[in-house]
Design a binder for this molecule. Structure first.
Ligand SMILES: [Zn+2]
Ligand SMILES: [Zn+2]
Length: 489
């Protein structure tokens, strides 16, 4: 009889080691995560991982679904006694002897969303990253401890990008893990039941090498990252956060696209890599970092300048959960770019050049009868006369972001682009719509459905490819009407 059938088990109750053995047994596989082994044992008894951990070990995973990463001394001793596993083999399944810093094991650690909302609650379900080729080769499919760290993106053995979506139904793979109330089959999609097998797209060497170096540094707490030298794991997480902030938060769309285009060129990626790589996911972040450290700190300075970013110290000020010591260490790593100054004068130079060339914004504003155009000309006139963005925004009653957007559009495409209304869908000719539709449907976007592609991004892409400045709404409609055709597998 199970102990838990007689007594209610409590999370904080000191675990008492009962004197019985497991009702079922299977040996852990080399490299397997404790979580995976527990899920397999549970499945053998026909139980959910939640019920199994409760009944076999008296451990309640509801409030602590991640306890398997670093079991408490109590939990460890109960598991060792009941399973009879050698301590060495048991510890190899956990992350007990691995360092962790600044919440680096979160599965959304590399997502720009986390840069904006660092205090997002841990979700019940975590994303599952797995290598379909590894699972297909397994006699008994199991989850590798490394896949479950959270920021993993590539399989070092197959040198491919880890799978994040079901190859059959494209559903994002996720699991409740030890909180799961159903028996778990580790190599099947929970939604459609399809086998999680197949090869992911090839990963670039730089990303595979960087991930291997990162694993070594995380494991020991410090070590060598090529390009950066010997570095503490915590300092490295600060630098990653800073780079993600730099690229994804506050940078203008056009500047970011220019940076990514440079990166695609520098790394000799396929020309359509901008669309086939999920840049906001783990792999995209890894590729971005691989590009940056391949020529550090030259490429960091390049990114700062291209994105017209604030100074490095200001960026560091925006990184969350930063101790003074790690701020200083990160500063030392970036000492060569601390003198970088944001060239906020860029747009002033641009306007100055236009005025020198004979453009009289005041006169044009007076002569203009169409109100939106008049407002924009007044704003440009004020700015060219030395007023600040805030003052210009106040004068024509728009947000400062709107003024910045006008300046960005103007510098990229010229003054007329600021004055012209962007085209609505009904302003486009049928031929133009057909051309855009053909391009959108033909563009394979393995990173997800078309909605993953932001309308702003689509808009700037259409500007570059077709020379048409359209509204974000038009971009959205074009996205909706022209979903890419996924290859059925
Ligand atoms: Zn693999
Ligand atoms: Zn599925």
């Amino acid at each position: 009889m199970w102990r838990s059938e007689l007594y209610a088990t409590e999370v904080h109750e000191k675990l008492v080691t009962p004197n019985y053995a497991l009702p079922v047994y299977t040996a852990p596989i080399a490299g397997e995560a404790l979580l995976s082994w527990l899920c397999r044992l549970a499945a053998m008894t026909g139980q959910s991982p939640l019920a199994f951990a409760r009944q076999a070990f008296g451990i309640d995973s509801v409030r602590q679904p991640e306890w398997w990463r670093r079991p408490s001394a109590d939990q460890r001793s109960v598991l060792l006694t009941i399973s009879g596993l050698p301590p060495e083999q048991f510890d190899d399944m956990t992350l007990e002897r691995w360092s962790t810093a600044r919440n680096d094991e979160n599965d959304r650690r590399f997502s720009p969303i986390r840069m904006i909302y660092p205090k997002l609650r841990e979700r019940a379900a975590r994303t599952l990253f797995a290598c379909g080729a590894c699972l297909a080769e397994d006699e008994t499919p199991y989850l590798r401890r490394e896949w479950l760290i959270g920021w993993q993106a590539v399989c070092a053995r197959h040198r491919t990008v880890l799978m994040r979506r079901c190859p059959h139904c494209r559903w994002k793979l996720s699991s409740q893990w030890l909180r799961d109330k159903e028996p778990v089959d580790l190599h099947r999609c929970k939604r459609c039941g399809g086998l999680l097998a197949g090869n992911g797209p090839p990963a670039i060497d730089g990303a595979v090498d960087l991930q291997a170096a990162m694993l070594g540094v995380k494991r020991r707490g410090s070590g060598e990252i090529p390009g950066l030298g010997i570095i503490q794991w915590e300092t490295f997480t600060v630098i990653v956060d800073l780079v993600l902030r730099l690229v994804w938060i506050d940078a203008g769309d056009h500047a970011r696209e220019t940076l990514l285009a440079e990166l695609v060129r520098d790394l000799s990626l396929a020309p359509d890599a901008r669309f086939t790589i999920d840049w906001k996911g783990n792999y995209g972040a890894l590729v971005l970092m691989a590009w940056m450290i391949a020529d550090w700190p030259v490429r960091l300075r390049r990114a700062l300048e291209l994105l017209a970013a604030p100074r490095v110290d200001d960026l560091l000020g925006q990184v969350h959960d930063l101790s003074e010591a790690s701020r200083m260490r990160a500063r030392t790593r970036m000492r060569d770019v601390l003198n970088y100054q944001s060239r906020t004068m860029d747009w002033r130079l641009w306007l100055h050049g236009l005025v020198e060339g004979g453009t009289d914004f005041r006169r044009r504003a007076r002569a203009e009868n169409v109100w939106p155009r008049k407002d924009r000309l007044i704003a440009l006139a004020l700015l060219s006369e030395g007023k600040s963005i805030e003052e210009a925004a106040f004068a024509v009653r728009v947000s400062t972001n709107m003024i910045k957007r006008w300046l960005e559009v103007g510098m990229a495409y010229g003054v007329e682009a600021v004055l012209e209304k962007p085209l609505r869908i009904c302003d486009l000719t049928p031929v133009q719509i057909d051309e855009i539709a053909a391009w959108l449907t033909a563009t394979e976007r393995t990173s997800g459905g078309p909605l993953k592609w932001s309308r702003e991004h689509t808009r700037s892409e259409i500007m570059v490819r077709f020379g048409l400045r359209i509204t974000t709404n038009a971009a959205y409609q074009l996205l909706l009407n022209n979903k890419p055709r996924h290859k059925r597998s």
